[in-house]
Every structure is written in structure tokens, then in C-alpha cells.
Design a protein around this ligand. Structure first.
Ligand SMILES: [Zn+2]
Length: 282
């Protein structure tokens, strides 16, 4: 019965989202990229840049196809994509061997299908915080995924989405290159906190989950929390994202994450000492 109710809820949400939110979500990403008046062609529209980049990749894939005759369309397609990835010096993500360590948190798995092979992120030294922008309110990862697909992207560009109730939803697998901060995707993890924080304020549940998630990521990737490593989207691209009301909470977030990590370290030390004491006892 419970699962049936959940199904009905999910179905209702999905319908509501597709009816009301979808076009606006994709509009938001566009809006997010063009909010600032002083933007030049270089940064005018992250979406169109992504598309230009894609077209270029497609061109190089076509070239690869001319050189190597394929046994079947499907095989060729996979091969070309693999080849393009190889050309970039990055390997195609294989969940069996490339999956990132567990966050140690409850993450709502979404198992989205991506239209292109995902690439393994070569390094990770920064976490970029986003908001949805327009629309405001509680946008599910599934709606963002569909909107990004509609943009012609491989699927949702963020690694995580944090809902109003604090639930953390998976976007892309943690280990792969995201599509959330132009020019910075190859060394960053992208977290979207749902809402429009130019108007709204993040919920306490969202900030709690964000703190726990960023703490886990700092631990996994040995990131020192600070203004250079935990940033708002506006710190790396010309955009108002993640909205003033979330952006002003980032110093507090960094402090809280630092305290968490310090506490974890202390705990470790204490346990080690205790263990040593126990083994040294006659
Ligand atoms: Zn953003």
C-alpha cells in the first residue's frame, strides 16, 4: 500500500513537474548564464557554448568514423565516443571500476540514463554550489535531468540536487565530469540546492544536508575547506547563481565543514589512542 502511494505521489509529481516546471527549468539555465548585463560573447550563454563544444566533438567523431570503417552502427557509435574520449585523454566511466567511494550518507539514487558516455573526472579540488533560479520552489533532479536533455545535453549536469526537505538526490555519478560550470567541469563537483535564492532562503534541512554532503566530499577528495575550494557558481562564471541568500551562507558552510572534518579527525585520534592503550595493556 505504502509503495503504491509512493508511486502515485511520484507519478503526480512527475506530471506536475512536466506540466509546470519543465520549460522554465531549461529557461533558468539560460537565464542563469545571461543574468549579468556586462556579459560578453565569451560568457554570454553557457548553454550555447556547451552546444558549440558538442558540435565540435561531433565533428571530430565524424572524422574518426571516416578513418575507421565500422562493423555496425551501434558499435561504431560507441567506438567513436570512446575514441573522442581517448583523444581528450579521459576514459569513459565504468561504474564497476571507476565508482567514487561512498559518501556515507543517504543519497536518493536516480539511475538516470545519459545520452552520451560519461567521462571520468581526472581530478577534484573544488565544489561548486548552484541554485535552480527560475523556477523557484522545489525542483526534483528528474525535472532538471529532462530539461538538460531537452537542451541537447547528455543529461543532468549536476552531481547532486538537494531538495527543500533535505533529501539529497543523485544527478551524475560522483566520479564523472559534470556539466554545471563552464570551463571548470574537469576538476569540480556540482551541487544544486533547489530554489531561487535571490528570492527565497534555503531551508534548514537543505543547509544541514549541504553541510554533510560537502563534508563527505572534502573527506573523499582530501579538500581543505575554504573560499578557493567551496565556491558559488558566480565565483567561477559570470552569473548570479546560487542567488544572494545562499551565497551569503557559504562562509558559514565552510566553517561548519571545517569543524566537522576537525571533529572527525579528533574522533579518529581518540579511537587510535584508545586502541593503543588497550593493546599495550598486559
Ligand atoms: Zn549555477
Amino acid at each position: 500500500m505504502k509503495s503504491f502511494m509512493k508511486f502515485v505521489f511520484v507519478l503526480t509529481t512527475a506530471v506536475a513537474v512536466s506540466v509546470f516546471s519543465l520549460p522554465s527549468v531549461s529557461a533558468s539555465e539560460q537565464a542563469e548564464a545571461v543574468q549579468s548585463q556586462d556579459q560578453t560573447a565569451a560568457v554570454q550563454n553557457a548553454s550555447s557554448k556547451e552546444q558549440v563544444k558538442k558540435k565540435k566533438t561531433k565533428k571530430s567523431k565524424k572524422k574518426a568514423a571516416q578513418v575507421r570503417p565500422a562493423t555496425s552502427t551501434e558499435k561504431a557509435d560507441t567506438y567513436q565516443k570512446g575514441q573522442a574520449a581517448h583523444d581528450d585523454g579521459l576514459s569513459v566511466y565504468n561504474p564497476e571500476k571507476d565508482a567514487a567511494p561512498s559518501e556515507g550518507l543517504v543519497i536518493e539514487e536516480t539511475n538516470f540514463h545519459f545520452t552520451e558516455p560519461l567521462l571520468v573526472r581526472p581530478r577534484t579540488d573544488m565544489i561548486v554550489i548552484h541554485h535552480v533560479g527560475i523556477p523557484d520552489g522545489d525542483t526534483p533532479a528528474a525535472a532538471i535531468h529532462r530539461a538538460h536533455l531537452a537542451n541537447g545535453w547528455a543529461g543532468i549536469g549536476y552531481h547532486y540536487v538537494i531538495r527543500k526537505n533535505g533529501v539529497i538526490e543523485r544527478g551524475r555519478p560522483l566520479a564523472v565530469v559534470g556539466a554545471h560550470a563552464y570551463g571548470e567541469n574537469y576538476h569540480t563537483v556540482g551541487i544544486n540546492v533547489t530554489g531561487n535564492f535571490d528570492k527565497e532562503v534555503p531551508t534548514d534541512a537543505q543547509m544541514k544536508s549541504l553541510t554533510e554532503l560537502v563534508t563527505a566530499l572534502c573527506r573523499i577528495y582530501h579538500i581543505d575547506p575554504g573560499p578557493a575550494t567551496i565556491v558559488g557558481h558566480r565565483d567561477v562564471n559570470s552569473t548570479d547563481c546560487p542567488g544572494k541568500n545562499l551565497y551569503r551562507l557559504l562562509p558559514q558552510l565552510r566553517d561548519d565543514v571545517e569543524l566537522n572534518i576537525y571533529a572527525e579527525k579528533l574522533k579518529g585520534t581518540h579511537l587510535l589512542k584508545l586502541k593503543k592503550y588497550e593493546t599495550e595493556k598486559p
